[in-house]
Design a protein around this ligand. Structure first.
Ligand SMILES: [Zn+2]
Length: 308
């Protein structure tokens, strides 16, 4: 069993639904090792051995003992330590952090993957130097995390930033009650702003069945349906983020996930959120991620912040 010593090297693990990725970061944040393996679905014991194997191989490769941070698609209850809210359902109710600490012989830090995204972008990404970063994932689902001065804000219920399951703000009559969400509520922000929702809205408007990431290029090529669908999406995203600004007042909002590749959002959405924000001017920036798809795994490593 290894003992962690403060070498300044960090391993981050991103436990995804289909793949599990590890990176090792040098003290300056440079990637010095990387490995990606398939996630063994439905097998908790295999999850523990997969993560242990990644950590052990990475440390052997770089010859350093590292701190370990893990991003999961869910959260650990602060009361029981058991995993909840995970769409990788075999993790639910398991003491993942405790079992990994036993397997690895050291403390590990575990956080929701959207929180890891926010931390990554706050430490050395688009929000570097910002006091308050709101990191949004717009993908298959909609989630978010908050980083304050580079550190994750977890919250008393381990749900800080879980804004995708709030109702769409200032919903119009034609937006109520909204579709039933998997969480049991109607009209969640996620049911309007996820990738599958954008695809469905374009198809319902009479468009072809295309991937959400293609809608911007269809619009740029002159497809009026794609443009109209995106305009509606942008206005709803602006309303949703305006409420975040009213509560958290972040310096920067960083978008991640597949829909963060829609470039026009960064111009159109800040132009639309003003009327919904209780301020004469809005200085909050909206930015694409610096580290793209690597932000989750980098943020997991940075759960042990530079001061550690
Ligand atoms: Zn919901």
């Amino acid at each position: 069993m290894r003992q962690s010593e403060p070498s300044g090297f960090r391993i981050g693990i991103d436990l995804g639904g289909t793949k599990t990725e590890a990176v090792a970061l040098s003290p300056s944040g440079e990637v010095v090792a990387q490995e990606r393996v398939p996630t063994v679905k439905g097998d908790y014991a295999a999850t523990i051995s997969t993560i242990s194997g990644l950590v052990n191989r990475t440390e052997d490769l770089i010859g350093q003992s590292c701190t370990v941070g893990i991003g999961i698609p869910g959260a650990a209850s602060r009361d029981t330590g058991l995993v909840k809210n995970a769409n990788s359902t075999w993790l639910i109710g398991k003491p993942l952090q405790k079992d990994l600490e036993e397997a690895l012989g050291r403390p590990v830090r575990l956080q929701n993957d959207a929180n890891c995204f926010a931390v990554s972008e706050a430490i050395d990404g688009a929000g570097k130097g910002a006091e308050i970063v709101f990191g949004v994932i717009l993908g298959t689902g909609v989630g978010a995390g908050i980083a304050i001065r580079g550190e994750c804000l977890e919250g008393r219920n381990s749900i800080a930033g879980e804004w995708g399951h709030n109702p769409l703000p200032a919903a119009r009559d034609d937006e109520r009650p909204g579709l039933l969400c998997y969480c049991g509520r109607h009209g969640c922000i996620e049911t309007f702003l996820s990738g599958p929702s954008l695809e469905r809205q374009y198809a319902e408007a009479g468009g072809k069945k295309i991937a959400a990431r293609e809608i911007e290029s269809f619009s740029a090529a002159g497809d009026p349906l794609a443009d109209a669908t995106l305009r509606i999406y942008e206005e709803r995203l602006a309303r949703s983020l305006a409420h975040v600004i009213n509560i958290l007042d972040p310096d920067i909002i960083v978008l991640g996930g597949g829909l963060s590749n829609i470039r026009r959002l960064y111009d159109t959405v800040p132009a639309l959120w003003g009327p919904h924000v209780f301020s004469d001017s809005v200085r909050t920036r909206l930015s694409p991620p610096r580290h793209g798809d690597s932000s989750g795994v980098r943020g997991a490593a940075w759960l042990w912040p530079p001061t550690c």
